[in-house]
Write a protein that binds this ligand. Sequence first.
Ligand code: AMP
Length: 219
Amino acid sequence: MKALRHFILVGAPASGKGTQGRFLSETFGLNPLSTGSLLRREVEKCSELGHQVNYYMSNAMLVPDQLVNDVVRGWLADMGDRPWLLDGYPRTVAQAENLDHFLNSRGDSVDVVVWMDVSRELIEQRICRRRECSTCGHIVQDANARVCSECGGEMVTRKDDNLEAFARRWADFEAMTLPVARYYEARGKVVKMTINSERDAADVSRELAQKLEDFRRSH
Ligand code: AMP
């Protein structure tokens, strides 16, 4: 039985990836990479990469594969042998193939893909309430939150958190990212969490931990 060391989180925006990603990172000792957070920081820093991705991000469009692939490859190379979790990448089958190719060339592979399968109705409710810390990325479901309970940073509403932008992101998700979940499902790598009504995050984490343990035992 192999330990799980290389994780991917797949799910629509506001499907709870951030929260469950933190849980997984703590439980399995993983180094997390959220491509969305990384790219937002680059935009804020006005770096060269930030300039290249700003247009796509402010229009709630996916950044071109090549740009994200390069960022993730660089990050994974820096990781060396350390265990990791990718949140928000791969978002297209082309990105998944690129990642697999890169990992295979190093004698590595993805161990498990956690698929947060949350209904559209539930996500729309969450989007309308969601606030995110501008410093540490902590997310709460409270439209009135001002100060981050984790680090004291300023809580803000993300530019892409409105229903119009969400409709575009959901369409991208269905067209491009659901096939990623199916790509890994066909390879026997998926642990799927189906959620159709609001549940306590800790309760979801407990069920996820159990499913991962079952997955690990059967592989
Ligand atoms: P997120 O915080 O994961 O919802 O990502 C926010 C934005 O970052 C997305 O709407 C995209 O513009 C960009 N982004 C993040 N990850 C990727 C990816 N893997 N491929 C393309 N664009 C991405």
